[in-house]
Write a protein that binds this ligand. Sequence first.
Ligand code: THU
Length: 132
Amino acid sequence: MTREELKSAAVAMLDRAYVPYSHFPVGAALECQDGTVFTGCNIENAAYGPTLCAERTAVVKAVSEGHRDFRRIVIAGRSEDFCVPCGVCRQVLTEFAPHMEIICLNARGEELCLPLDQLLPHGFGPQYLLDR
Ligand code: THU
């Protein structure tokens, strides 16, 4: 998938977002190293806490289908600001691909592109537990 196609896949997911409380839809398209793409949207909950961000929806789909090597993710929002991943999503992505590319889109389709290790410097990763 080209970068533009990946961006379109993330934007398309905005319509699948279940956001009755925040009215803040987010769409995501996660590309694996082998080119496989998993999409996601945010899924809110009346109890608020169980709300899933779009990025984590995509990660859960990928990992549960046997994919752990991520290359990049596009995160699309409908606001003026770039839709940057929350702290929890940064941590979840770091588990699998600390150097992956994060492409954040705003409503105009403009992008802010950063490596994950710049968004989450010195992230706590598996090496802290597995290298002992
Ligand atoms: N949200 C995401 O899906 N991804 C982000 O990167 C930021 C926040 C969702 C969670 C919630 O449904 C709504 O946006 C408002 O916080």
